[in-house]
Design a protein around this ligand. Structure first.
Ligand SMILES: Cc1cc2nc3c(=O)[nH]c(=O)nc-3n(C[C@H](O)[C@H](O)[C@H](O)COP(=O)(O)O)c2cc1C
Length: 188
């Protein structure tokens, strides 16, 4: 039996392979609707996304700098970093910042909500190939480093990284994995 295609086709596609082609608002909304169908214990639905396109990406670069400086002190956001992340943002038609919105009632342990956000991002990631889109989850240390304090978000939000996405011309590359059977124990 074969692995279902939307799972088999999921892979990381990096911004240097994205084309300039714009991603429509309707497509982005559909991806986020897929993300919203993830499971969560007690239905806390802890996933939150900020969507940056066009000029919004300049806002994102400023937010990244603020986050970096909050963590490392104001002297250390170098031109090298600005260029590195500026280029990735420029290459990417759409960038999402991913958040965990911790249930104020703490009705479930936090790890369950982190897992639910992972399931949500995976829903989105698994959907990309159906739209001929590619992308990847990026977790820069400074963005997630002090477990996700992010400018302009409520105190119960934790940044869990970013997701770059766009149409692409990436080559097919092997995605080697250790054997699944080595990670599985059948009992019974
Ligand atoms: C939570 C999470 C964080 C990740 N962060 C990064 C990252 O910061 N940089 C990166 O190059 N890839 C990152 N990745 C992507 C993995 O490197 C990638 O999924 C892995 O190499 C397998 O490749 P594939 O997605 O093509 O199957 C992340 C993936 C996950 C699930």
């Amino acid at each position: 039996m074969n692995v279902p295609p939307h799972v088999a086709n999921r892979r990381s596609v990096f911004p240097q392979f994205f084309t300039d082609r714009a991603v429509s608002r309707a497509t982005i909304d559909t991806l986020l609707e897929a993300a919203n169908l993830a499971p969560s214990h007690r239905k806390t639905e802890p996933w939150r996304y900020r969507v940056y396109t066009g000029k919004g990406k300049q806002t994102l670069l400023r937010e990244m700098q603020t986050t970096y400086e909050n963590l490392n002190g104001t002297e250390t956001w170098t031109e090298k970093l600005a260029n590195k992340f500026g280029k990735k943002l420029e290459q990417s038609p759409v960038v999402l910042v991913i958040f965990l919105s911790r249930d104020p009632a703490a009705s479930v342990p936090e790890w369950e909500e982190v897992a639910a956000v992972g399931a949500s991002v995976t829903n989105l990631w698994n959907s990309l190939a159906d739209f001929n889109l590619g992308g990847y989850w990026s977790s820069p240390g400074f963005l997630c480093g002090d477990y996700g304090a992010y400018p302009g978000t409520p105190a119960n939000h934790r940044c869990l990284g970013m997701f770059y996405l766009g149409y692409h011309e990436a080559p097919e590359l092997p995605r080697p994995r250790g054997g699944w059977a080595e990670k599985v124990t059948y009992v019974g």
